[in-house]
Design a binder for this molecule. Structure first.
Ligand code: NAG
Ligand code: NAG
Ligand code: NAG
Ligand code: NAG
Ligand code: NAG
Ligand code: NAG
Ligand code: NAG
Ligand code: NAG
Ligand code: NAG
Length: 442
């Protein structure tokens, strides 16, 4: 009899405990989960929830065990300013963004005008954005704050090493959507970033000073670069992205205001560009220094793209100017491009008089989106190889394959040509008015 009771108990427990466990798991108050609602967030879209989110974050960041900040679904969180800081005690920390986050109106802006949400120095962070949205409501900014007026970046990730971001949806940022700065190791997957084609400077990603970054399986369509890869970045990959509308994937601009900048090891693979003004772009300012090298654009589909392949070493200037310094561009490969172009020059490689070296074009098939209209290639001071390209590229010189040695450089000779900015009378430093404001950049 006693044995029967024990067996019955074991049987009941065996059935009940999995159900109990499921129940506990579904419970938002489960271990290690810190729900912002429990910290006083309203989630009504009108009361400011910034402080509640910050209080919840403090507990997440200070936890001994892996911890998750939960921003629950079916609610709208008004966030006026949010600065989430590490380093954290917990070895791994997650943010589950299932609800919607919105900013204050432009007139009610309280943060500095360079950013809205900032996450700094948090290592081993995972963001799961499934079901959520960060909506920057940028239209009033675009309409009323243009030239010489700073528009905030929606999400800044600074000094975050080993970062994973999945299924994050963002829209209509006043300025760039995501800035990645000083991060080593990040994987962004299934991102969805959207803003209208005419929204100014709404880059999808701005990457600078970062290493080992992968953006994959994502859709980005905005009014500016889908991805801009800036100075100090290396080993940056973009794989299986649908980019467009927007300005394509850009290296740079580099070397603005005589700066020295370096970008190397960039792999853009299996991406499509749809109705973008540029596809694969490298842009550098005259007078800068440093280099951009080992850059690969491989297996690219083009749909009505304006400048499918473009190197512009006169960025920011309407007409080519001569300088004795440039950000050196070398070891760039364009392989497996297929699709349509709407511009005159599907391939436009405008290198400084110092030249671009080891530029490879292979298996390129770009036709005009208009029937019977030919496509063209333009290039200047480009050295490298080309094979199987449409349009025909006949302007690349197949030698030399290395930078000229200093003694051969015409600019280091005593030629009177060598004044870098002939139109600047005495000062070598251009007055700020000669440089376009950062807010009018392409
Ligand atoms: C990140 O995770 C790794 C592996 O779990 C761990 O060794 C490391 O200490 C963590 N870093 C931090 C800052 O907690
Ligand atoms: C990176 O972070 C993840 C998630 O916290 C962790 O599992 C992994 O061990 C970390 N890797 C390293 C190299 O720190
Ligand atoms: C642009 O901003 C700068 C710095 O804030 C200021 O000195 C300058 O007067 C502004 N120019 C215009 C045209 O508003
Ligand atoms: C980027 O791709 C290159 C070439 O396949 C690979 O060696 C590198 O590990 C990748 N880096 C990242 C961060 O995915
Ligand atoms: C990205 O897409 C590829 C191809 O569909 C797939 O094999 C891979 O698992 C995906 N990666 C992630 C993280 O979803
Ligand atoms: C790119 O696509 C080709 C076929 O379209 C496939 O064979 C290759 O594995 C893909 N590479 C990546 C990195 O997704
Ligand atoms: C290029 O794209 C066209 C249209 O999508 C397709 O028919 C053709 O097979 C593609 N060519 C290559 C080499 O991928
Ligand atoms: C170009 O490639 C050749 C052969 O691989 C190499 O010897 C040379 O150093 C490269 N030059 C530059 C500037 O990358
Ligand atoms: C250019 O750089 C100089 C020296 O770093 C700095 O003083 C100046 O403000 C910069 N000008 C612009 C327009 O950024």
């Amino acid at each position: 009899m006693q044995r029967l009771i024990i067996i019955t108990c074991i049987l009941i427990l065996g059935f009940v405990s999995p159900i109990l466990c499921r129940f506990i798991n579904d419970d938002p108050t489960k271990m290690g989960h810190f729900n912002v609602i429990d910290y006083g967030a309203h989630g009504d879209g009108t009361n400011d929830d910034s402080n509640a989110i910050l209080s919840a974050w403090k507990d997440v960041c200070g936890a001994e065990e892996p911890a998750t900040l939960v921003i629950p679904r079916r609610k709208i969180f008004l966030v006026t300013v949010l600065k989430i800081n590490g380093p954290c005690k917990t070895p791994s920390v997650s943010i589950k963004l299932a609800g919607k986050i919105v900013p204050p109106s432009k007139d009610g802006w309280v943060s500095d005008r360079s950013s809205w949400i900032v996450i700094s120095d948090v290592n081993n962070l995972t963001i799961d954005g499934r079901g959520g949205l960060i909506d920057g409501k940028g239209s009033t900014w675009w309409d009323t704050c243009n030239k010489n007026c700073s528009r905030p970046t929606a999400l800044r990730l600074r000094g975050c090493n080993n970062l994973t971001v999945n299924f994050l949806r963002m829209s209509n940022s006043p300025g760039a959507h995501i800035s990645v700065n000083g991060c080593n190791g990040a994987i962004f997957s299934h991102m969805n970033i959207k803003a209208p084609p005419h929204s100014p400077n709404t880059d999808g990603f701005d990457i600078a000073g970062s290493q080992n970054i992968l953006i994959q399986n994502s859709t980005i369509g905005t009014g500016d670069d889908c991805i801009a890869i800036n100075g100090g970045s290396s080993n940056i990959n973009a794989t299986r992205l649908a980019c467009g509308p927007g300005h394509g994937i850009s290296i740079g601009s580099l070397g603005r205001n005589y700066s020295r900048e370096i970008v190397e090891d960039v792999y853009v693979r299996n991406c499509s560009f749809t109705r973008t003004t540029n596809g694969a772009r490298i842009k550098t300012w005259p007078g800068g220094s440093g280099y951009a090298r080992r850059i690969v654009f491989d297996q690219i589909i083009l749909r009505e793209v304006e400048n499918a392949i473009i190197i512009d070493q006169y960025y920011g200037f309407k007409t080519p100017i001569h300088t004795d310094e440039a950000v050196m561009v070398s070891e760039v490969t364009y392989r497996g491009f297929n699709g349509t172009s709407v511009g005159d020059d599907a391939i436009n490689l405008k290198c400084s008089t110092l030249g671009c070296f080891n530029i490879t074009l292979d298996d390129i098939h770009i036709i005009s989106s208009q029937a019977n209209k030919p496509t063209h290639a333009f290039c200047e001071n480009v050295h490298g190889t080309f094979e199987d390209t449409l349009p025909k590229v006949s302007c690349i010189s197949q030698s030399p394959s290395s930078f000229p040695s200093p003694s051969l450089s015409p600019f280091l000779s005593s030629s009177p040509l060598s004044l870098p900015f002939p139109f600047l009378s005495s000062s070598l430093s251009p007055s700020p008015s000669l440089l376009p404001s950062p807010y009018e950049g392409a």
